[in-house]
Design a protein around this ligand. Structure first.
Ligand code: C5P
Length: 226
């Protein structure tokens, strides 16, 4: 590994994405949104008209797809797949569900392994996912497992999706989150769980700023930044 890595894992709606983005921006470090890679594999499969269970097709797509993560001048995230802006499509809960099914195949996970490790370049990487500390960056300088109560995670995800889609229902989000977390934490390969050397942060009732400060403090204690 040629640059320090902060591995941040946790279930859906734990606030990892927002926290990682803020910490990366504040320290001017790189960011890996590994969930977006799984979402893009799922999306490329759908766009290519593949059946969700066509494992071989997804493995090949995981290796060959051209994925770009940009920030627009206005500060918004932009995800491109083979040159096309797919930000909205990739963030839909339906693609999150499909990504979670695709992510349970070991072949897909290993196809994405080196691609993820390549993000670790100086000055450092904030890596957001489910298996950053347990599989992809086992020797990360700092490992964090970010969680929150199921009720709070469902509400956070609901509020996030509601901004983009007025038709979204709390019941549906609740069912989807419970289903996705169960699949992610019980799968045979790289199940979601805290690494034994991870700091667990329960962000229930905590403001995002407070969680960001806690991560910054932990990084400071490890001399990752000043
Ligand atoms: O984090 P996000 O909701 O974008 O992730 C979508 C899905 O991708 C997760 O539900 C999970 O199944 C999968 N994933 C994974 N390993 C990661 C990141 C995401 O299996 N490191």
């Amino acid at each position: 590994m040629n640059a320090p890595v902060v591995a941040v894992d946790g279930p859906s709606g734990s606030g990892k994405g927002t926290v990682c983005r803020r910490v990366a921006r504040r320290q001017s470090w790189h960011l890996l949104d590994s969930g977006a890679l799984y979402r893009l594999v799922a999306l490329s499969g759908q766009l290519a008209g593949l059946a969700a269970d066509d494992i071989a097709g997804h493995v090949a797509l995981g290796r060959s797809m051209r994925a770009e993560f940009r920030v627009t001048p206005a500060g918004d995230e932009r995800i491109e797949l083979d040159g096309r802006d797919v930000t909205r499509l990739a963030r839909a809960e339906e693609i999150g569900q499909c990504a979670s099914r695709v992510a349970s195949w070991p072949e897909v996970r290993s196809a994405l392994l080196e691609r993820q490790r390549a993000f670790a370049v100086p000055p450092g990487l904030i890596a957001d996912g489910r298996d950053m500390g347990t599989v992809v960056f086992t020797s990360a300088a700092l490992k964090i497992f970010l969680t929150a109560s199921p009720k709070e995670r469902i509400l956070r995800r609901y509020n996030q999706l509601k901004d983009k889609d007025s038709g979204v229902s709390l019941d549906a989000v609740s069912r989807e989150i419970v289903e996705r977390d169960l699949r992610d934490s019980t799968r045979g390969v790289a199940p979601l769980r805290p690494s034994s050397d991870a700091f667990v942060i329960d962000s229930t009732g905590m403001a995002v700023d407070a969680v960001v400060e806690r991560v910054i403090e932990l990084g400071r204690a490890r001399a990752l930044w000043r």
